[in-house]
Design a protein around this ligand. Structure first.
Ligand code: PBG
Length: 322
């Protein structure tokens, strides 16, 4: 008898397909990244990321309220300071833009976790993620800057800090700094396997954080490596990370899978700005079915093993999932 196996039997109707579906996307899986700019009167559209904004403090709080009402559990904040300097002092200023933003959101008492990106590149005039010596980022002096940044964000009320700088030893330094300041309950979501990726292009446009010389290849990972990603993950876990991230997501689904299989902590994946922009500009050109593509990509990232997905589509998708 041919054929004995007829997989199409389980694809016949929507009800049967729903019954046998292996991967489900939930609103709780999504984290919504947001940009907030210092001294901005009203939100500014980001040209390279249609549909996303550099928020004012007011519009940021309004967006956080929408996110919470839509069922999202967390937002991730990026700050854009008015002035940048070589030390990136806006990153750890007690009244820095992210610190102000965290306070403003927290004042609303929403059931929403506030995550802050810990990095220097949005705040430094040279656009690198730490202190510069001999045209390169000097690892160990950068740790103090990052620790000060994380502690000041925790002081403002951040629930989770997310270091994205890729310096060696930053998780240990930040954990120690947080604990000494009395923030032993603030969690660390480490951008553990963060690749030197061209997919961050639109983000750097949004945050004005492109390096002014050179690139980030001496600290972010080589896209060709996967075993090294596991080493980064294990190093960060040994140093005290509570959750780990793979970034970008779409071109690194194999890395997400490998990290998931070798750890027992929540694994996050960042569906980054370039991945967002490809969909938006493709849809604008009329060549992609936007909603289907977004759903397909997010469910694929989840299927690869991500427990959490950082996505600029999070708020819109939360509406679809209701
Ligand atoms: C800061 C940081 C970047 C992103 C997140 N945190 C930019 C970079 O490393 O250049 C990228 C996010 C995105 O592209 O959506 N270091």
């Amino acid at each position: 008898m041919f054929p004995t196996q007829r997989p199409r039997r389980l694809r016949r109707t929507a009800a049967i397909r729903n019954l046998v579906r292996e991967t489900h996307l939930h609103v709780e899986d999504l984290i919504y990244p947001l940009f907030v700019q210092e001294n901005l009167a009203k939100p500014e559209p980001i040209q390279a990321m249609p549909g996303q904004y550099r928020h004012s403090l007011d519009s940021l709080v309004a967006e956080a309220e929408k996110a919470s009402a839509a069922g999202l559990q967390a937002i991730l904040l990026f700050g854009i300071p008015e002035k940048k300097d070589p030390q990136g002092s806006g990153a750890f200023a007690p009244d820095g833009i992210v610190q102000q933003a965290v306070r403003a959101v927290k004042q609303r008492k929403l059931p929403l976790a506030v995550i802050t990106d810990v990095c220097m590149c949005e705040y430094t005039s040279h656009g690198h993620c730490g202190a510069i010596r001999d045209n390169d980022v000097d690892n160990d002096p950068s740790l103090a800057m990052l620790t000060d940044t994380a502690v000041s964000q925790a002081e403002a009320g951040a629930d989770i800090v997310a270091p994205s700088d890729m310096m060696d030893g930053r998780i240990a330094a930040i954990r120690k700094g947080l604990d000494q300041a009395g923030f032993e309950q603030v969690a660390i979501l480490s951008y553990a396997a963060k690749y030197a990726s061209a997919f961050y292009g639109p983000f750097r446009d949004a945050a004005g954080s492109a390096p002014q010389f050179g690139d980030r290849q001496s600290y972010q990972m080589d896209p060709a490596n996967i075993r090294e990603a596991l080493k980064e993950v294990w190093t960060d876990l040994e140093e005290g990370a509570d959750m780990v991230m793979v970034k970008p997501a779409l071109a690194y689904l194999d890395v997400i899978r490998a990290v998931k299989e070798s750890t027992d902590v929540p694994v996050a994946a960042y569906n980054v700005s370039g991945e967002y922009a490809m969909i938006e500009f493709g849809a604008k050109a009329g060549i992609l079915d936007r909603e289907r593509i977004i759903r397909e990509i997010l469910v694929s990232i989840k299927r690869a093993g991500a427990d959490l997905i950082l996505s600029y589509h999070a708020l819109e998708v939360a509406g679809w999932l209701k």
